[in-house]
Structures are given as C-alpha cells and as structure tokens.
Design a protein around this ligand. Structure first.
Ligand SMILES: [Fe+2]
Length: 355
C-alpha cells in the first residue's frame, strides 16, 4: 500500500517537472533583439497573421512583425482576452490594446483586418447563445476601425472578404465567423449559419481565378486533438471541404490560430488539384502551458496532416505570394519574436498554368 502511494507521489513529481521543463524551455526572454527580417522582393504580396494576444502582457512580436513589412496584418482570433457580458469592460480592454504604441505603429504601416476568437467574442468556447453578441460585434468592429456605413456592421457576425492586388494578380482573403451562429458541438451541429454559408459559396465562386486565403479562428484540417477545431462540427467541416473541392478555387491556403502553438498541415486528399495547406499560428503573447506538456509527454498530439514539427514558442505567421514569374509562388513561415524562422514550407508551383 505504502509502495503504491510512493509510486503515485513519484509520478506526480515527474509529471510536474516534465511540464515545467518543457514550458520554460520555450519561454524565451523578451529581448526585442531581431534576426534579419526576410527581405520583401518587388512583386511579392506579404500577409502576416497571428492570434491569441493577452492585452495586459508585453508583446515584443509587433517589432518583429513590423520589420517584415507586411502589406496586411490579419487578426485570427483572441485579439484580446475578455470573456464577459460587461460591454464597458470589453470596450476598455480593446482600448488598452489599441493604445499600445507598437500596435499603433503597425496600424499606421499596414492594413489591419481580422476576425474574432472566443475570448474577444466575449464568451469562452463561444456560440450563438451569447446574449451580448450584437453589442460585442460593434465593439470588435470599432477596434478594427470599420467604417460606420460598412455592411459588416449591419450583418449578423463579423465574416468578411477583401481583395488585394492588381488585376490578374489578386488575392482574396476570406475571414470566417465561427461563433455568432455556432451551435453547441455535435455530429449534426452547424458552425457558420445559413446566411454565412451562402455568402461563403458566393465568395468562393467569385474567386475561382484568384489566390484565396481562408482565415479561420480554429483549425480546419487537424482534428485529432481535444482542444476545439472544425472536427467538433463534422458535418460543417465536410460541408466546407466539399465546397472547396466543388468550386475548385485556383489556389487556396488556410490560415488558422487558437492553439497557443504553431504547425503546418498539408492535405493531399482534399479533392483539389494541389495540396491544401493550413498554417496555424498562435499565440502572440503566450504558448501552451505545463499541463499541455505533461499530457503530450505521455500522449503526443497527433495530426496526420502535419508537415514538420509542432512549435511551442510565441509566434506569428507570414504568407508571401510572389507574382514575379507571372505564376503565383507561395511560401509560408512561422517566425518568433526574434524574427527567426521556426517552421517553413514553400509552394513554388503547381501543375496547371496560370490562369
Ligand atoms: Fe487563445
């Protein structure tokens, strides 16, 4: 009996030490030192994105992001952490984030767009039952400086699309809202709501000859982990993948967040003529904790689509679309606060001529 108790205590101590070791290992000091940012060639359109930003914490990432000179910054969820029904509090937390000089510099130097996660939506693991969603939507759009007459202020939910680049070299960014209309997760439940589904179908149809970056707060391809993803809504996940394989946009890439870690996934069985990549970047101010590391020590996180390894540092994502050869060549990077590359993949060409 005593031996069993001893083994139990030993197990707990080993688990705690394992978690502490892995959690601190990735916690690089906030130095602000910068490795060389990747130079941007002419003809390259650069999109930077990230998620999970605790507004009360220092965020050295802004300096690294600015050094990369992105054309666009995309918030992919949890721009602040304020799950609440108190709209005055929510507004004050957006104000706190918006008042940060480094963030203000970013908004002065590149276009800032975004969608929300559960923590800025206002309801942890949020869904359509959140009673303050209409008010919260307006505060989120205020944070993004959405014009007063924008259609986005009149619809239900913050989904939106943007077209960047000159004719023949256009990138369509489609941002989804995965909270305003979401059911509770179940086999048949819906994530987007019919209005957003039909909007999305139209956006994809219209983008068949463009590069499409589909921004999702939660992960679409990886669905073997227990932390929240499209796989919790299997019917919706299948509906989205079927929509992509039916419309067959010329070139689609998915960007996602939420996980407090980074990874790159690649599906070769999506029904598209090219590999479907998903770049997941999270978080900007924090990463997975010791509990995650203890769990993954005994049961490593699986993702059959993963290319390379998981990255546990604070990070942001970069997508470069290089049109210099006339055919879009894409490259993806996950970078840390020192602007060092943590993960990268490139997608230099694909089978069919463009357009
Ligand atoms: Fe988060």
């Amino acid at each position: 009996m005593q031996k069993r108790r001893l083994l139990l205590v030993l197990g707990i101590v080993i688990s705690a030490l394992t978690g502490w070791f892995f959690a601190t290992r990735w916690d690089s000091p906030v130095t602000g030192d910068q490795a060389d940012a990747p130079p941007k060639k002419s003809g390259v359109f650069r999109i930077a994105f990230g998620s999970c930003n605790k507004q009360w914490k220092p965020n050295p990432m802004w300096k690294a992001i600015l050094n990369c000179k992105p054309d666009v910054w995309i918030w992919l969820g949890d721009s602040i952490y304020a799950p609440t029904k108190d709209m005055a509090y929510l507004q004050s937390q957006y104000k706190l984030q918006k008042g940060k000089p480094e963030y203000q510099e970013l908004t002065r130097n590149c276009r800032v767009i975004g969608t929300w996660g559960d923590n800025d939506y206002g309801m942890k693991n949020g869904n359509r039952s959140y009673s303050k969603k209409a008010e919260s939507q307006q505060l989120f759009l205020d944070f993004l400086d959405e014009p007063a007459d924008s259609v986005r202020r009149k619809q239900q939910g913050v989904y939106a699309s943007y077209l960047f680049g000159e004719s023949g070299k256009q990138i369509k960014v489609i941002l989804l809202d995965e909270y305003y209309h979401a059911d509770e997760p179940s086999a048949d439940s819906d994530l987007l709501g019919e209005e957003q589904w039909s909007w999305l179908a139209g956006e994809l149809q219209e983008s068949r000859n463009k590069v499409v970056l589909l921004g999702s707060s939660i992960q679409l391809l990886p669905s073997e982990h227990p932390y929240g993803h499209w796989g919790d809504f299997p019917k919706s996940r299948q509906r989205l993948l079927s929509m992509l394989s039916e419309v067959k946009p010329k070139l689609t890439v998915i960007a996602s967040g939420d996980r407090h870690l980074a990874e790159i996934s690649r599906s070769d069985d999506s029904g598209l003529r090219y590999p479907l990549y998903e770049i997941t970047s999270s978080g900007l101010t924090h990463h997975v904790d010791s509990i995650y590391h203890v769990r993954s020590f005994f049961s490593p996180e699986r993702n059959r689509y993963r290319v390379g390894s998981l990255l546990y540092e604070r990070n942001f994502g970069l997508v470069d679309i290089d049109w210099s050869s006339g055919v879009p060549a894409l490259s993806f990077e996950i970078r840390n606060q020192e602007n060092q590359i943590g993960l990268q993949e490139s997608f230099p060409s694909f089978a069919r001529p463009w357009p």
